[in-house]
Design a protein around this ligand. Sequence first.
Ligand code: SER
Length: 318
Amino acid sequence: MKNVLVIGATGQIGSELTIELRKRYPEGKIVAGYIKGAEPKGILLESGPSELADVTDGKQLHDIVDKYNIDTIYNLAALLSAVAEEKPLLAWHIQMDGLINILEIAREKKCSVFTPSSIGAFGPNTPKDKTPQDTIQRPKTMYGVTKVATELLSDYYFNRFGVDTRSVRFPGIISNVTLPGGGTTDYAVEIYYSAVKGEEFACPIAAGTFMDMIYMPDALHAAISIMEADPSKFIHRNSFNVASLSFDPEMIYASIKKEIPDFKMHYEVDPLRQSIAESWPNSLDDTCARTEWGWQPNFSLDQMTKDMIMALRKKFGK
Ligand code: SER
């Protein structure tokens, strides 16, 4: 990895991954790719090059890859699960037409490609606990359909054309720089914002609903280390289960209350998000990621809570 294009650089993952890559590869060009209306600002704008990079515009992407001699593409453009149910055709257009554009450029220019998959690539008849790496994938959401198709198409380009595609199935990502938009796991981010702002939190997911989650530093570590890994040990490519945390709303609430004892939460369950959450695993088995490229997360729930609260207090001057 030397010259990298991050597509979706102003989104939840991209805004932190781009900065992390710039620190890690100071000699390289790490291009922040954005769309109209989501222009980079502040440190993201000032710390390196940025380009308009609409994933649905193959020519635009091609020109950027040429201009910066890009060798690695992080394809982070996507509509998350709940919003993709509102706009399924747009989700398909971004996730699938966008992916084909990238894979074709990667084939021609010999780029490596990371396109995340998700816990959303599983469905109601997937084994729920310790979900295996290789198992039933019949998701019920458009988000999940595009993620399974992404895994298959990425493997196809590797097997058929030798394109170096690699991926992880991300759990819900908890972070404090850029909010996620329209996902089912977003509650686990929003709850911290409410706690630090001193607001009561209306939880859209019911007590007892477990989902896989991960703190952003661990998610960045996964996204970077899989692209840096020696592929000779890979048995899988698209896409690896990565696990870190698994909790329900009661557990994250209890963790926050240890730091902010007067924090209050009540339930206002959102039927769409709840039904999506119930169709996803409770916890993934990530043995393959651990043995094939050395994956290991660092943050526990309570460590993440301490760090999130500290960062958000700083952000909001609380
Ligand atoms: N965080 C995503 C969502 O909730 C899942 O990958 O849609």
